[in-house]
Design a protein around this ligand. Sequence first.
Ligand code: SAH
Length: 376
Amino acid sequence: MSTASQSQSRTPAPGQLTFVAPRRAKPARHLADLTMAERKAAVTELGEKAFRADQLSRHYFEKLNGDPALMTDLPAAAREKLATALFPKLLTSVRELTTDKGTTRKTLWRLFDGALVESVLMRYPDRTTICVSSQAGCGMNCPFCATGQAGLTRNMSTAEIVEQVVAGARALASGEVPGGPGRISNVVFMGMGEPLANYKAVIGAVHRLVEPAPSGLGISARGVTVSTVGLVPAIGKLAEEGLPVTLALSLHAPDDELRDTLVPINTRWKVAEVLDAAWKYAARTKRRVSIEYALIKDINDQEWRADLLGKLVRNKLVHVNLIPLNPTPGSKWTASRPEDEQAFVRRLEFHGVPVTVRDTRGREIDGACGQLAAAE
Ligand code: SAH
C-alpha cells in the first residue's frame, strides 16, 4: 500500500452513508479562502497596507498568477511574507492525461496531506468546462461510482476547490490547450465528492468563481452547476443564497425501490421529496434543473421507468441529462444497449421532456468520477 492510499479512507459497507468528514489537519489558509474584506484584514495583520489585498487579488484572479515572487509591483521585502501567509502550495499535479487532440485534459492532484482529487478540463468549440472535486472521496456510497466506493477522506477547502479552476484557467490562458488562448466559461461540481455535504466551502468557492475581479474570477453564475445526490435541506439553503447557479440532481431512478440501492441517500429523502426540493429551487432561481440519469443496462433503463420519469418531470422547468454508464473496474454493470437508450429518450420526448444524452468525453482517460484516483 502506498503512502497516498494509506491516507485515503476505508471502504464503506453497502448503503452506508457518511455525512461528517473524518477530522484531519486542515489545509493552510490561502487568499482564495477569503472575502475581499478578509483579505484586507489579513494583509493589514501582516503589517502591509490594505491596498495590497487588491493588488494580490488582481494578480491571482485576473492574471492567474499565484506566485508572489513574480509580483514585481510589490516591494521585494513584502513578497516572501505574503507568499508564506497567503499563497501556500495547495495542489501538486501528480498526473496529466489528455485526449481529444489535447482538448480534454484530466489532472490528478495531490493535496498537502497526500489526499488525491481530480479535475477535468473540456474544451468545446463554443465553451470550456472544468469539472472540479469538492471532497477527497465521497460519503454518499453510490454503488456505480468509483469515488463512492472509496469512501470519504475529507472535505476540501474553498481555496483547494478554486485552485483547480485557476489551474485550468491558467492552462487555457497560456495557449497550452489547442484552440488558442481561452477562458473558462463553465464550472461543474461533478468531480469527486458531494458538494452539498461540504456546503460552506463550496459556497465560498462559488462566490470566488462568480464575483468579478479583483474579488473573484468573474465566471457567469449561469455557467456554474452544482450537482447533488439530493441533500434536501441543503438544496433549500442553496436556493436562498441568491446565486443563480444551475442545480443538477443525480436521480438515476424514478422509483424509491431502485433509487434506495443506486443512490443510498434516498433511504433518507425519497424521490418525491427530492423532486419537490428541485422544483422549489427552479421556482426560486428561475433556473432549469438538470436531472442526471446514468443509463445502466437492465437496471434502470426499462421503458416503464422512462415513462414514470416522464410523468414525474413533465411540465416542470427541467432538462433530463442521460449519461451512458461509465463502468467502473470490477463492476458487473455496464451501459445500456443503444436500442434501449433510444427507447428511453423517445419515451421522455413523448412526455414533452427536454432530454439529451451526454457525450462521453474523456472515457479513455478514466474520465468517470474517481477512476483516476482509484487507479493510483
Ligand atoms: N456527488 C455529486 C457530484 C459528483 S458525481 C452527485 O452525485 O451529483 C457527478 C455525476 O456523475 C453524478 O450524476 C453521478 O451520479 C455521475 N456518475 C458517477 N459515477 C458514474 C459512472 N460510473 N457513470 C456515469 N455517471 C456517473
